[in-house]
Design a protein around this ligand. Structure first.
Ligand code: 5GP
Length: 205
């Protein structure tokens, strides 16, 4: 029997930690997992598209939506606002889809706090921290991208160190290996979570 409501999967890792690759791999293999498209005030990068990668908003529009309570969570990351729309998450969960939130540690902390007071969110929530195997390797990955200046790399590494210290706040931690290893561990976590007795609705009497 299929669980009635989907999972709310919160996935965080420092910049360059392999989270976007893992999200894409997961969605490619598991049709029930749908990424929640966030809003951001940062400008589009490269081939990013409105409504596919993010909803790109002006600061003014973002702040208005904050005032109207449209966000489940929002935070400032690298000087820009990012936020998860309540409506997006509610619609996904209500249709039994698993909502995948690729969000930073501040946003994850907000969702975890909300879940403590909201039984529905608590039932749905699974939080995972994708941990880079070392800061040296993370630095190599950031350099390999070839898109960031030395100053940006230094700032991202300092932020990564702060974010990595938050791993205990999550239900699970995956120490990042190859794409396939990360994917297999994530899939194992999701499969186990879907089998939790608290998520079933069998009628046995
Ligand atoms: P990027 O600009 O590289 O796409 O994302 C920068 C950081 O913002 C990443 O750590 C990403 O996970 C985080 N992020 C993306 N969307 C959201 C969101 O809706 N809320 C929060 N709190 N963080 C987000």
């Amino acid at each position: 029997m299929k669980p009635k409501e989907g999972l709310l999967i919160v996935l965080s890792s420092p910049s360059g930690g392999g989270k976007t690759t893992l999200c894409n791999r997961l969605m490619e293999a598991d049709g029930n997992v749908v990424r929640s498209i966030s809003c951001t005030t940062r400008p589009p990068r490269g081939a990013e598209q409105e409504g596919r990668d993010y909803y790109f908003l002006t600061r003014d529009d973002f702040e208005k939506r904050v005032a109207h309570g449209e966000f489940l969570e929002h935070a400032q990351v690298h000087g820009h606002y990012y936020g998860t729309l309540r409506k997006t998450v509610e619609e996904l969960l209500a249709t039994g889809r698993d909502a995948l939130l690729n969000i930073d540690v501040q946003g994850a902390a907000i969702v975890c706090k909300l879940a403590k007071a909201d039984p529905r969110l608590r039932r749905a929530l699974v939080s995972v921290f994708l941990m880079p195997p070392s800061l040296q390797l993370l630095e190599q990955r950031l350099r390999k991208r070839g898109t960031d200046t030395e100053a940006t790399i230094a700032r991202r590494l300092a932020e990564a160190r702060r974010e990595m210290a938050c791993w205990r706040e999550y239900d699970y931690v995956i120490v990042s290996g190859s794409i396939e290893e990360d994917y297999r561990r994530m899939q194992a976590i999701l499969n186990a979570e879907r089998c939790r007795t608290s998520r079933q609705s069998f009628k046995t009497e």
